[in-house]
Write a protein of this length. Structure first.
Length: 260
């Protein structure tokens, strides 16, 4: 290494640091997932009982009408807790992907059809730049759709006043099928950029638990892929998802535009 040019040494050092970061993050996710799974199962049982009896009480003719509002508050707050528990369970599960040959273009179009009409997307221009002959790859369509939902919602929330969202698909070095999502939002500080995939890390004080990106990271990792992120404050953020092409995917390049 002493004889290598300084630039190559720096590049190799950076690559080693990135690998170490990925290993540490993966171990952290596994350990925390096991802990969370045990806790949420213990919480879920009494929470189910609270919801059941609160609903029975709310529907009872014996209930004093003046107390109906209080019981509804109990039900609403218990349901909110149930959603939190569900999110924690989703994070803790390491379900094996049920893979089948699928087009990333079609999965993204299905995702946009599902969430594109939400109010947070009303002032956002969506630009599609799909590779029309993108090879089919072996993925779990439902899990990858969950990743896309997390990415798109994060992008829309970073542009509350509107902006543009550029979605691109392409292949890289005949090894990966890639999908890139670029927004023109608030961006992420360099300090936070290294933490965004950590469980429970969030910059949104009033929204979410900070699990969306860590769940996405785990899904892509179980698919043998990787997520990369680049961002500048007040300029926007780019997430790049890279998923491996199978041997069959390299040979068979199916027409995979949304209309196909």
């Amino acid at each position: 290494m002493g004889k290598e040019p300084r630039g190559q040494v720096a590049e190799r050092t950076l690559a080693i640091k990135q690998i170490q970061t990925q290993l540490i993050r993966s171990k952290k996710l596994v350990s925390l997932g096991r802990l969370v799974a045990g806790i949420t199962h213990e919480i879920n049982n009494p929470l189910t009982g609270i919801l059941m009896f609160a609903n029975l009480t709310s529907d009872s003719p014996k209930l004093d009408p003046s107390l109906k509002g209080d019981v509804d508050v109990i039900i609403n707050e218990a349901q909110r807790c149930a959603k939190i528990v569900k999110g924690l369970l989703d994070f803790s599960r390491e379900s094996i992907p049920q893979k089948k040959p699928t087009s990333l273009n079609k999965v993204m179009e299905a995702t946009l059809a599902l969430i594109g009409r939400q109010s947070s997307f009303h002032n956002i221009k969506i630009v599609r730049d799909y590779q029309p002959d993108l090879p089919l790859i072996a993925i779990d369509e439902n899990q990858i759709e969950q990743v896309f939902i997390n990415m798109l919602l994060n992008a829309s929330q970073s542009m509350p006043g509107g902006g543009s969202l550029h979605i691109q698909t392409y292949t890289e070095k005949e090894e990966f099928a890639c999908l890139q999502i670029t927004d023109t939002g608030a961006g992420i500080s360099e300090e936070n950029l290294e933490k965004i995939f950590d469980p429970f890390f969030t910059t949104k004080s009033d929204k979410g638990m900070g699990l969306g990106l860590s769940v996405s990271y785990g899904i892509i990792e179980r698919h043998g892929g990787k997520i990369e992120v680049q961002s500048k404050l007040n300029e926007g953020t780019t997430f790049t998802i890279k998923l491996p092409l199978s041997a069959q995917g390299r040979e068979t390049s199916a027409a995979s535009n949304p209309a196909g």
